[in-house]
Design a protein around this ligand. Structure first.
Ligand code: OSB
Ligand code: MG
Length: 385
């Protein structure tokens, strides 16, 4: 179903801000170790309103091909000029403006999210309502990075179970898998547990991965290369545990092919990875029609990106706890005036104010800023520049 704004909007300015936030603790995955999150914050203005977005790429092209620098380049050279001054009646008009540009889903999403926030702030209603959200709080889990030892990991799991998180996801990689899951399962026999390999295995590891069937895992996320939909289907046929795809799905076509092939039984949805809300809604509808469970992934976003994740996670097809954790899971201080908090029952409320419903702490954002680029529509009212 196309999503139409209360009133059409025209974007006059785009601000691209690279910021750096230190992580409370390093986050290690099969592709590397992060100690700081650098990220690209997008702010758009037009029609007397402003909207915030966050582009999801990391510094390095190790998770997907995009980086913060490619996002900046593609927005400045292609997406920004295609968007500025265009009359946007709804999300599909944004998607249409970006459609000629291949790939660069994270760059597209960063900008589309900001437009969606602007349009709904201007109309005075929550973005979640525009998207068709049906719940006012969402169940959440936590994604725990690789730890120095299995004992450290068990301690980290214990701390997060005590905080109320409803599902624990463990990062694994070859050589750091069965031992970790064995240790955590021994201590937490009933906890909803999943693992995420970030594409670190190949089909030659199928026999080894089958050992994970013994632990009652909710899912195994992205064991193989993002392009290996056929291999994922072959692996899924030999496993009882559901496979979940993350990196493999950047657009509707990928989801259609994965479902047709049987490459997964669960989809990790990141609005930032799939090019924005229009694409996320289409994938969500496809998965619902096929009885495939969807849950909301994360990219260690600041509160801006996480508020967007809360909006999409309020949709009815999101049936499993998301990787949407409290601000303090990631950052000593978030870029919001009020951080995102976990309720003791393992849920986070979906903000009910206009747009994404959170306020950005402008002074702190400025303090964490490394660079700013601005794009202005020709003939835009000066007050908006
Ligand atoms: O694979 O889901 C992933 C973080 C950065 C890049 C990729 C992934 C992750 C996470 C953390 O697992 C999710 C979060 O808490 O934001
Ligand atoms: Mg993942």
């Amino acid at each position: 179903m196309p999503i139409t704004f209360a009133d059409p909007v025209v974007v006059d300015t785009i601000e691209l801000r690279t910021i750096r936030l230190p992580l409370i603790e390093p986050f290690e995955t099969s592709f590397g170790r992060l100690t700081d999150r650098r990220t690209l914050i997008v702010r758009v203005t037009g029609d007397g309103a402003a909207g915030w977005g966050e582009a999801a790429a990391l510094d390095t092209p190790l998770y997907t091909a995009e980086t913060i620098e490619t996002e900046r380049h593609v927005i400045q050279a292609f997406l920004g000029p295609a968007l500025l001054g265009r009359r946007l009646a709804g999300l599909d008009d944004v998607a249409a403006a970006f459609a000629p540009v291949r790939g660069h889903y994270m760059a597209k999403a960063g900008l589309e999210l900001a437009v969606a926030d602007l349009a709904t702030r201007r109309a005075g209603h929550p973005l979640a309502a525009l998207l068709g959200g049906t719940r006012n709080r969402v169940e959440v889990g936590v994604s725990l990075g690789l730890q120095p030892t299995a004992m450290h990991l068990v301690d980290a799991v214990a701390r997060h179970v005590d905080l109320g998180y409803r599902r624990i996801k463990l990062k694994i990689k070859p050589g750091r898998d069965i031992d970790l899951v064995t240790a955590v399962r021994a201590r937490f026999p009933d906890t909803l547990l999943s693992v995420d390999a970030n594409a670190a295995y190949t089909l030659a590891d199928a026999d080894h991965l089958r050992r994970l069937d013994d632990f009652g895992l909710l899912m195994i996320e992205q064991p193989l290369d993002p392009d290996d939909l056929i291999d994922h289907a072959a692996l899924q046929r030999t496993l009882r545990t559901p496979l979940c795809l993350d990196e493999s799905i950047s657009r509707l076509r990928h989801a259609e092919q994965a479902l047709a092939l049987g490459s997964c039984r669960i989809v990790n949805m990141k609005v930032g990875r799939v090019g924005g809300y229009a694409s996320a809604l289409a994938i969500h509808a496809l998965c619902r029609a096929h009885g495939v469970q969807v849950w909301c992934g994360g990219m260690l976003e600041t509160g801006i990106g996480r508020a967007h994740n809360l909006a999409i996670a309020s949709l009815p097809g999101f049936t499993l706890p998301g990787d949407i954790s409290a601000s303090v899971r990631y950052y000593q201080r978030d870029v919001l005036t009020t951080p995102i908090c976990l309720s003791p029952d393992g849920t986070i409320p979906v903000p009910d104010g206009p747009g994404i419903g959170v306020d950005v702490d402008l002074d702190y954002l400025e303090a964490r800023t490394e660079s700013v680029d601005r794009l202005v529509r020709e003939g835009a009212p000066l007050a908006h520049a």
